[in-house]
Every structure is written in C-alpha cells, then in structure tokens.
Design a protein around this ligand. Sequence first.
Ligand SMILES: [Zn+2]
Length: 345
Amino acid sequence: MAAGARAQTSAGWLQLGVETYGGVLLAPWYDRDLGLAGRIHVRHPDGRLEGLLLNVERPVAIIPSLAIHLDRDVNQGRPINAQTQMAPVFLQGGESSDLERLLMDWIAEQHGLKEVELLDFELGFHDMQPPARIGVAGELIASARLDNLLSCFTGLEALLASDGRQGVVLVANDHEEVGSASACGAQGTFLRDVLQRVSEQLGRGGEGEFIRLVQASRMISCDNAHALHPNFTDKHDAAHGPALNGGPVIKVNASQRYATNSATAAMFRDLCREAEVPVQTFVTRADMGCGSTIGPITATELGVPTLDVGAPQWAMHSIRETAGARDVEYLTRVLTAFCNRAELV
Ligand SMILES: [Zn+2]
C-alpha cells in the first residue's frame, strides 16, 4: 500500500492518504503493525539532488477495524472502500505539516543529513510482523510478499549455486503487479538492451547473431502459483490442484496468459527429473479467468521460448502469504539444474 503525499486529519488524528498497489486483498491490512519504507529525494545546500532510501522499521501506523458492535453485518460481506476506509492512523493531534517534519527527522536519523530540503518521496506501508515457520512440523512459511520475492530469492540462490559454465541472466522486473508497462517493467526495453550489450561485448553484435542468441536461449518465468486451498477446493480444476510442498508448478493457459508450451514444459520436466524434484501442473478452471506473469510479455518482446513456473502458495496478495517450506529448496534445485544445463533444446 503506497502512501501518497496527501496527509489528512480526522477525529484528532493525522492519517496518510494511500493508494493500493496492484490487486490487493484489503481485509488482511486491518489491525496490523505497519512500518513505512521507500525512497526520498532531497536537495543539498550546494544544490545537489540526491535520492535516499528510508526504512522506518518500527510500527508507526495502523488501520483499525470498526468494532463488531458498530457494524453487525460486517461478516455478511461488507465491501471495503480503499479511499474512505483504509487510511492508516499515524499521529494523534498531528497536522499535515507534521509529515514533512517526521520525514526530515527520519532522514537525519538514518542518513545524518540535517540541512537538506525535502523534494519528493515514494513510500509504502508494510507489515512489521517477521516471517515465521508455521505448522506442527514447520512445513509452512508465512511472510509478506512471498509473491514474488520467493522467486527472486530462489533465482538468485540458483545463480549463485550454478557452476558458471553456461551464460545465465537473472532479471527481476518491477511493476509486474500493475501490468509491467514501465521503463523497469518487463514491457520496457531493459532486458533487450542488456542482452544486446552483452552480445556486442562477445563480438556477436549483429542483428542476425542476436536473434540466433535469443532463439538458442530459454527463459523460465518464475512467479508463485495458487495451491489448492483446503477450504475452497472448488476453486481449482479437479485434476490441477497443486499441493504445498508438492514441488514447482508448471502453469499452462491456452489463451497465453502463461507462456508455457509443450516443448518448454518438457524441458522443465526433464530438469526436475535430473534434480530429483517433484513437479506439478496448474490449469485454471475453464469457467474462471487466471492471472498472468512477465512470461508472455517477455516472450512477446524478445521472441525467446519461455515457460511459466512457480512455487505454490495460499493467500496471494494478502499482507501475509503462506507457502510450503520444502518448495523453496525444490525450486532452487531445479533452477540450478537449468543454469547448469548447456543443451537446452
Ligand atoms: Zn502477484
């Protein structure tokens, strides 16, 4: 949830106006201890502009629920209005000008800067509750942003564990949750630009050679998948309900919301066999739509043969999501096997 520049007051409280980011489950945001983090831009006395990271790692805000006594029908499916009912409570007795004062205090505290002028900022609230192992046998992990930092983590672990004989690129795009159309999103030119420059550095900078390089490559688009939920089993196709701790999930969609085809899926199944990792398949119910990923976007932009996979999880886009503890290792192992494989076709 992003905090805008708009501070507001109500009933003696300073609140922050917020925008939601991507498709959010709003209800789990209530009654959470919220920290604040992001980027701030300042001007130094000598006129120099600087961007600074800010991380207020203590609970500075909360979105309190309305008591059941004041809304007896709340459990009958009352809608939540993101504009009027989600503003976090921030400072008792505060006024709009207090926001800038607090930000300046935190810049001084975290960066030792006192003489700077605040120009702009982009900040988001986040849950202060740390990640945890859950379940009698510790078979689950619960955390914020498992979708999709789990894939960023496993991708990086795989890259670090690989033997380095095969050229590998790890790209972690921003803005996937809001359509990927930005300079740093999958629809931007970043990946193509990087690959073209690498190709030039290798002395293979011609357009024909670049096309051959892309066609000889394979891309695994890694983003979490929906595991079968024990309380909502009818939300999955009966034959395609991935289990937590059942291994990575190959995602298939005839409408190309996922980029997988039988050739790229066959390669991944073979990698799973080699890495001794179980593998599952997700196809959404024919009467339901499904999400998408950067897979089809990157495949469209680059023409690289692609497949979509991901670790299964529950509660996607909640402030706290749940995944299988063993799936992290499974995914890392198969991605490492991918990084090490020389013959991809
Ligand atoms: Zn997502």
